[in-house]
Design a protein around this ligand. Structure first.
Ligand code: NAD
Ligand code: IPM
Ligand code: MN
Length: 353
């Protein structure tokens, strides 16, 4: 049969802790499905940079291109470690990967699971997906600064939006809405960001004409945060730009039960390079090294990876195991409180049967 060739980038902080669990659980799922897999670990991140001065070399990037998919933990140096310039690893490793591998669709499902508690009144059931643009927006426009450090300093950041980039993410979102509950919400801020907002709105209007089965609405991003807290059940598919999507998906994680559960996929829509699967959370320096991080987001990101590669049965088996374990914890007075990262992984593993 086919052998899947995975790259793993555990990264910094809790990245290696959660990826260790995701990897052994994925291995178990693949074994029981008789799917052959090879794993190549790349030790990239803050310590690699400190050792070598390298964030991501062209040569490593080329090697990464050869894999079927990439499982990514998290990067970001401990802010106490002042040797590492703020954001360097994030921009020159994580974002460089997303941009170089053309990860146009940043897919971030937000859902509650049977038994998981939300911070919201009445514990509503939530099930939506944020389709975040992944290669453009304020993340890539050239900014600049002049007269730095003076009272007359001027600093700019530019949001770059192309018709091509907006069209492909909007097309993906409509297709997804068609396969789901047929509802799409465009989130932007076109009352203020008139140029980019107008491009997004026209693009959605044009796509809507081709997808009559999907009903859509528009929401300003500030109002979207209200509705996400007060009535999250109204959302099915949210399509939005890179920065709004970043912010909204931390909120989406918080309202659906916590950042420790939120998975994502950075998808190359055209299949020209491997897609990458990563928890929404970061390196969490505040809890790193303590073996207390929740590995569930990394595990569920692994399920998205299997799904993406067409290993549908293995993916749903893995998801079922996670759901069953979350439900089991909900039945226990202490839940998963006090369990180590490895114990949580072990518990999920045991649900695979
Ligand atoms: P963060 O997501 O790392 O942490 C935010 C809060 O959530 C912290 O209190 C943390 O302890 C908690 N948390 C995160 N993941 C958790 C888990 N699995 N289980 C339990 N609690 C968890 O965000 P931050 O503090 O803003 O960023 C820390 C560093 O990570 C920064 O350097 C940032 O740039 C980077 N970052 C990286 C990624 C990524 O690699 N994909 C994503 C976000 C932030
Ligand atoms: C995320 C992170 C990244 C982003 C950072 C670390 C560059 O916050 O994956 O959500 O902004 O996309
Ligand atoms: Mn983020």
């Amino acid at each position: 049969g086919t052998t899947f060739d995975f790259a793993v980038i555990p990264g910094d902080g809790i990245g290696p802790e959660v990826i260790a669990e995701a990897r052994r659980i994925l291995q178990a799922v693949l074994d029981s499905a008789s799917v052959e897999a090879t794993w190549t670990e790349y030790s990239l991140g803050a310590s690699h940079w400190k050792d070598t001065g390298e964030t991501l070399s062209e040569e490593t990037l080329e090697r990464l291109r050869g894999h079927d998919a990439i499982l990514f933990g998290a990067v970001g140096a401990d802010p106490q470690d002042t040797r590492v310039p703020s954001g360097l690893i994030e921009r020159e490793l994580l974002l460089k990967l997303r941009f170089s591998l053309d990860h146009s669709i940043n897919l971030r499902p937000a859902r509650t699971y049977p038994g998981t508690a939300t911070p919201l009144a009445g514990d509503p059931e939530i099930d939506f997906v944020v389709v975040r643009e992944g290669t453009e927006g304020p993340y890539v426009g050239n900014g600049g600064t002049i007269r730095r450090g003076t009272a007359h300093e001027l600093a700019t950041e530019v949001s770059l939006n192309t018709a091509h980039g907006v069209r492909r993410v909007v097309a993906d979102a409509f297709a997804r809405a068609e396969r789901r509950r047929g509802r799409l919400t465009l989130v932007h801020k076109h009352n203020v960001l008139t140029h980019a907002g107008d491009l997004w709105r026209r693009t959605v209007e044009a796509a809507a004409a081709e997808h009559p089965a999907v009903s859509w609405d528009y929401m300003h991003v500030d109002a979207a945060t209200i509705h996400m807290v007060q009535d999250p059940g109204r959302f099915d598919v949210i399509v939005t730009d890179n920065l709004f999507g970043d912010i909204l998906t931390d909120l989406a994680a918080a309202v659906t039960g916590g950042i420790g559960l939120a998975a994502s996929g950075s998808i190359n829509a055209e299949g020209t390079a491997p897609s990458m699967f990563e928890p929404v959370h970061g390196s969490a320096p505040d809890i790193a090294g303590q073996q207390i991080a929740d590995p569930t987001a990394a595990v569920l990101s692994g399920a998205l990876m299997l799904q993406h590669l067409g290993l549908t049965e293995a993916a749903s088996r893995l998801e079922q195991a996670v759901h069953a374990q979350l439900a089991a914890w909900a039945e226990e007075p202490e839940g998963s409180r006090g369990l180590s990262t490895a114990q949580r992984g072990e518990a999920i593993l045991s649900r695979l049967g």
